[in-house]
Design a protein around this ligand. Structure first.
Ligand code: AMP
Length: 212
């Protein structure tokens, strides 16, 4: 099964860009963070297992990540857009073993800009829709456009969890740039631009890929 991958520092816009590319290619968008948050709000066994880990800003163990991917893939999908996976070397090895990776997009953003974006991020308490108060605000202050729910700050977007998540990014995830570059699969994209400019860069890279 073919896939594209988005990775980058927290706040680099992985979810937004993965959504846009998923819509244009009609590929399934798989956000591991969203899948875990859904399990937490449904209070499933897995949700209870990962809830504390995620609030602390730590990475969930690889085996649980592999399980949730396995459970969430649609049987009739044309392809997959992974957002927030892989985040460790073991996950990257799992990815190349089980999927045909077309291209990996590293969304490049400075830490200062990342922190500024994360602090304006909000999520709907009821349906999980994401907002950014600067680039993608709701029509009514603190109210979800989709379901009318209240917008809140994610537990793991609070300061202590953010510093833990940034540390995980530098310690574990950044090394994946070399892993994918060595395999000729890496494209670096300037994620400090407007959403549409980033999306355009990504579409151009996709259009320039050799036929499968
Ligand atoms: P995100 O919404 O992508 O920022 O993910 C939120 C949280 O979910 C992360 O801080 C981790 O605790 C967990 N998570 C998401 N993706 C992964 C992954 N690939 N490996 C381990 N933990 C993950």
């Amino acid at each position: 099964m073919r896939c594209f991958v988005f990775f980058g520092i927290q706040g680099s816009g992985k979810g937004t860009q993965a959504d846009l590319l998923g819509d244009s290619l009609k590929f399934q968008h798989v956000s591991i963070g969203d899948l875990f948050r859904e399990q937490i709000s449904l209070k499933t066994k897995l949700g209870l297992q990962v809830s504390e880990i995620i609030s602390r800003g730590e990475l969930v163990p690889d085996e649980l990540v592999f399980d949730i991917i396995d459970q969430s893939l649609h049987p009739d999908r044309k392809g997959i857009i992974f957002d927030g996976f892989p985040r460790t070397l073991a996950q990257a090895e799992f990815l190349v073993k089980h999927f045909k990776v077309r291209q990996v997009f590293f969304l490049e953003l400075s830490e200062a800009k990342a922190i500024a974006r994360i602090s304006s991020r909000r999520i709907c308490r009821d349906c999980g829709q994401n907002y950014n108060l600067v680039s993608d605000p709701p029509s009514e202050v603190n109210v979800c456009d989709a379901c009318g729910g209240k917008l809140i700050i994610r537990n793991d977007d609070k300061p202590e969890a953010i510093s833990r998540r940034l540390a995980e990014f530098y310690e574990q995830t950044l090394a994946l740039k070399d892993f994918f570059a060595e395999r000729g699969l890496l494209s670096e994209v300037d994620a400090g631009q407007e959403i549409e400019a980033v999306a355009k860069d990504i579409r151009e890279i996709v259009a320039s890929l050799p036929a499968e």
